[in-house]
Design a protein around this ligand. Structure first.
Ligand SMILES: [Ca+2]
Ligand SMILES: [Ca+2]
Length: 385
């Protein structure tokens, strides 16, 4: 599960890039719109559009900061007294996850503003079904002026709240690995595995509220699963915590079914899948994977991992595991991890990140996992540094 912004919220005047801006003053009136000169966006000279197929044009690009499911919109067209013919009339709307690869939503025709102080604006295009971080409005024409203007657009943004999609994967942890693809369950046997997901702190700050219905006897630990944009694996789409079993498969902590149920994914779409543990180097898939996936993403085979054998360690028998030693989970194994280890050394009977071999104690055995792996650098798109 992922934490979502449950309530719809509105962004006003969230303009990021402008073409040929001659005047700009953010418009944040509650409902009516002023007709004062200088309040709104005006473009008098076209410029290079972020979407190359739009050429040189009058355009506005919005950056919402992350990917949202878009909804309805409300538009206040250019409302300056005597100059409402600056207002955009026919527009084409494009959207993007990364600001580089654009998809055309379609065209829309706006109404001319009244030029009155009590101008209420009008409903704009309903963008329901679009998941995007960037939205681009390009003018096709206006109501006749040589300059182009728009006063304000309100976007209703929401998280993607369709049904959860199940992601299946298999992964081993070097430090917990015992023999032939099987991992230790000692922390569980000792009763030390927490019932709540352990990724709420740094560096993950994952806000999920997963509490395990039960912790099965063959559980090794929790892991954090991420789905990332097919266009750009830097773009995080959804996260969920799962129970990692000793054979490397995962369970949804709530339903206790195989795999993990993730919110915010669109059935049939492709996503890069990343897997993160508390103290091992995180990896992500070599390819974007169609979700839901009947065939688990096999992270024990370097062929399926971005970076291949540079990101996994051979634990014998043709089986690979995540590198132990990224105690602070920032994505690189460095002296910072050693310092974290030193800070927890000699702790016994604990659930702590420095316990790389999963025996509940922080000892030289854990240091011996860190040492050969120090200086290994994890995959850039999923690192925290
Ligand atoms: Ca580290
Ligand atoms: Ca240990």
């Amino acid at each position: 599960m992922t934490t979502y912004i449950k309530s719809i919220f509105w962004l006003f005047c969230f303009l990021v890039y402008f073409s040929g801006v001659t005047e700009l003053q953010a418009q944040c009136s509650e409902n009516t719109h002023s007709n004062t000169t200088g309040e709104g966006w005006v473009s008098c000279s076209p410029s290079t559009n972020p979407n190359p197929i739009r050429g040189t044009s009058h355009w506005l690009q919005y950056d919402f900061g992350e990917v949202y499911a878009l909804g309805s919109t409300f538009v206040w067209n250019s409302n300056e007294v005597g100059q409402t013919d600056r207002g955009l009339q026919n527009i084409v709307i494009d959207y993007s996850l990364d600001g580089t690869t654009w998809t055309e939503w379609g065209t829309y025709t706006l109404l001319q503003a009244t030029g009155m102080n009590d101008y209420l604006g009008t409903e704009g295009p309903d963008l329901t079904g679009v998941n995007a971080q960037y939205l681009l409005i390009t003018a096709i024409d206006n109501f006749g002026d040589s300059c182009y203007g728009l006063a304000e657009v309100r976007f209703d943004l929401n998280s993607n709240e369709g049904p959860p999609q199940t992601v299946q994967l298999q992964v081993l942890l070097e430090g917990a690995h015992a023999t032939s693809g099987t991992m230790s369950t000692e922390l569980n046997t000792l009763g030390l595995l927490p019932s709540s997901q352990p990724f709420s702190g740094a560096p993950w700050y994952y806000g999920g509220s997963e509490i395990a219905t039960i912790i099965p006897a063959n559980a090794t630990d929790w892991i954090l699963v991420e789905a990332r944009s097919q266009q750009d694996p830097e773009v995080l789409v959804s996260q969920a915590a799962a129970l990692l079993l000793s054979d490397g498969t995962i369970l949804d902590p709530v339903s206790l079914s195989t795999g993990v149920n993730m919110q915010g994914l669109v059935e049939g779409n492709l996503y890069y899948i990343a897997v993160k543990a508390r103290n091992h180097l995180a990896v992500y898939s070599q390819e974007a994977v169609q979700i839901p996936n009947a065939l688990a993403v096999d992270f024990t085979n370097p062929v399926n991992v971005t970076g291949g054998t540079t990101q996994l360690t051979d634990v014998g028998g043709g089986t690979y595991a995540l590198y132990a030693g990224d105690i602070n989970s920032d994505g690189v194994i460095t002296i910072a991890d050693l310092n974290a280890y030193i800070g927890q050394s000699s702790l016994i009977f604990n659930y702590v990140d420095s316990d790389l071999n999963y025996d509940s104690n922080v000892t030289v055995s854990d240091f011996n996992f860190y040492l050969p792996n120090s200086s290994i650098i994890g995959a850039e798109p999923i690192r925290y540094e």
